[in-house]
Design a protein around this ligand. Sequence first.
Ligand code: ADP
Length: 922
Amino acid sequence: MSTTTVLLISFLYLLTLFLVAHYAERQSINGRSIINNPYVYTLSLGVYCTAWTYFGSVGRASTTGLGFLPIYLGPTLVAPFFVLVLRKMILISKSQRITSVADFISSRYGKSTSLGILATLVAIIGVIPYISIQLKAIGIAYDILIVDDDFWVDWADQSSFYCDKVLLITIVLAIFATLYGSRKLDPNERHEGLVASVAFESIIKLVAFLAVGIYVTWSIYDGIEDVFTLSTQNERLRQLFDLEMAGINGTSWTWLILLSMSAILFLPRQFHMAVVENTNQKFVQQAAWLFPFYLFLICIFVIPIAFGGILHFPSGEVEADSFVLSLPMAHGQSTLAIIVFIGGLSAATSMVIVSVIALSIMISNNLILPFLLKSSVVKDNFIADVSKRLLGIRRVSMVIVLLLAYGYLKSIAINYTLVSIGLISFAAIAQFAPIILGGLYWKRGTRKGAIAALGIGFTIWFFTLPFPTLIESGLLSKTILSEGLFGIHALKPYALFGLEGFDQISHAAFWSLFFNTFTYVLISLNTVPSQIEITQADLFVDIYKYGNTIGDYDVVKRAAKTKDIKKLLNRFLGESRANVLINKYEQKHHLDLSTAQTATADLVNYTEKHLSGALGAASAKVVISSIVKEDPISLEEMFKVLDQTQEVMEYSKALEKKSNELEATTIQLKAANEQLKELDQLKDNFIATVTHELRTPITSMKAFSKILLDNPALDKAQQQEFLSIIVSESDRIGRLINQVLDLRKLDAVNLDDQKSPLDLSELIGVACQSLGQMAADKEVELIFPKEKVPIYIFGNRDKIIQVWINLVGNALKFVPPQSGCIRVSIEVDKSFAVIRVQDNGIGIAPKDQATIFDRFTQVNNPNLGKPQGSGLGLFITKKIVEQHQGTIEVESEPGIGAAFIVRLPLVADREPQVIYYKPNKI
Ligand code: ADP
């Protein structure tokens, strides 16, 4: 094909892209965004697949077989975690108006200018080689397509760049990038047109790659099986089936997967597409499976094309990187070749344009602006018409980045394969991983820690990867490779600290990330973060808790003049946008800012947030600080802020649990209600019992007193009898009153002070003897241990006697007269005394056994009616036993009898009491 045809096609294609972008922006102005859906979002992430994928994967597959895979496995493995990590990054970036990965890092660590500069430098140095290989890929593609070439010089000729078509393409791309990325200063750095065209390019490159795959597999060969059968007969290909021979090992796979995991999230262009250009964080969910699917599609034909290429060009005269193009060309399929070429061009241009835009945002916001703002003279002049100037800076930096990439291509990348240079970039960007991931999940990470970590990681990366390429290209002495830097053996670039047996990329990734992470943790733990770092760390790590309240909790009280605020907004965002923002603020807070002299801290924060979108966090901070008076907050206010934060967090937590709690409250209310009912019932029982118990003796006392009063002539013996009844009845009342009083005291009194070692068998004897008369009256047998084998417990004498009186007394009530029998026995079981009070009375039904120990419960017997007593006896008994660390239970078979079993700890079980005497000083 002729040069003119190919160049013409290229320009037509780029024009199409531009039309797509234009259409998308038109639609978005009319409110019909075509990018606001998960599919376009996923396709825009496809900017990951560059010309390196397009040409390089096949190249790598033809030397290492499956060795091309880790680059796609990494993102596939990360994708399920998109919802965690990527979504968090998006939420933070939206609320903090973050515009680039460098801005993200600077923002997290206290909006640090120096960290922003460092991160930007790492990104530029890391990504420029990557851009250069896209240019290289375009160059290779031209060489294959264009046969007769007399006007254009060989682009690979290092000495010439005049009339170099790659330079021409570079310039066209530069124009494109400036048109796309810096037409206006968008405060959110959103570019609908860019996203639409990148998504469009993702489709084109996929379709083109599938087309060539299908052509090679089914047209040149006879299907996948055929390719593989032929491959097994080829000596060179047979080696690729052997993973060892193909140079695949666990270490390098692991590191490549790790590097590409970080690349998919932190490469400036990925961050730009996935985070900055994201229109809805919910898309992340679909992208989590759609994106791996896209990668899968773009990978399926890599091996067939690679193997087909080797079979077709067995002598190796054609570079494997170019099989996708050479195969159709060799078969005279020029239309397919053009399609493939356009696919490759898509892959390269989307990567170049997005990367250049992402880098230019960093360069202007994080690198140049901070310097300009430093000098007040420059600042005053500069601020005069800043938004135009910022666009100018953007454009210039885009051109510079592209020219640097071109320069790198001409001087270094020419000698390396696409993949090896791409991986060098991956390793550079991986240096962001520890401080970003740490920043997302670890509040303790500090600015100093991050600067040191990024610094050391990047230095080691440079020493182990790009530095040796400088040596190999003859710029430095080769002895450094064999002897180490300054002759120190530990400092060999390919075997740092004596680590050998790793491939170069794994070796570099291992050491740089090891020192990076180690330094980050070590220095963070040993440095004290500033106030703003603490706030930012909190906002990042706890983004989910803050929700929409972000920015309201600054630890520095800031105030400024309202007119300065307006001036700033006007200058940086343009008058119309500034007015919109001011109006919005006035409406939201019901304020009239034209009358307010001083701007509140809240308005200052609002301004800063919106300036961040245009200038980056660090520069916005600098700009704001020029008009703002800052009062560090006092300790008390600080506490107030902390309290507020705490409150808000608790409030949101409370909201989260609101429904649960409501449910719990209902249950609690129900339970309380039940309890109230129960108490009410108890109260009724109590009143009924007590009044009944009081009325009976009082009635009889009244009756007998009346007889005595009315009949003074009653004989002595009768008088005596009546008086003794009155006394015993009043005793009964006394007992009842005592019981009620006991009940009240039970919980309040601590028995511990009134305890002493007691001989159980003696106390049981005392109780039984006091009830002996009653037993005799009822002609009931009462058996209790009479021999004194002392069994000691530790307790309150009166209370323990009361226990036995209650139990034996109850038994007496319920045994039948004449044939009744009550037996009290004591046994020792390990460290407990077990006392059994057994009777042959009416017994207790199983359903009542659980309740008889409750207050005021008495079992109504159908034959006997309501028993005598208050229903308090067993309740009090149980309390006393428990106050002695004992237990009481009942065993009974109705009609046969009941047994109450009490277990009390023996005295030996108590800790020996040791009293220490402090010797008096003489
Ligand atoms: P009171 O103080 O009225 O005797 P208690 O709390 O001691 O009340 O007993 C509660 C109920 O337990 C009694 O009314 C009775 O129904 C039942 N009860 C207690 N001891 C026995 C027993 N030995 N045999 C049968 N029923 C018993």
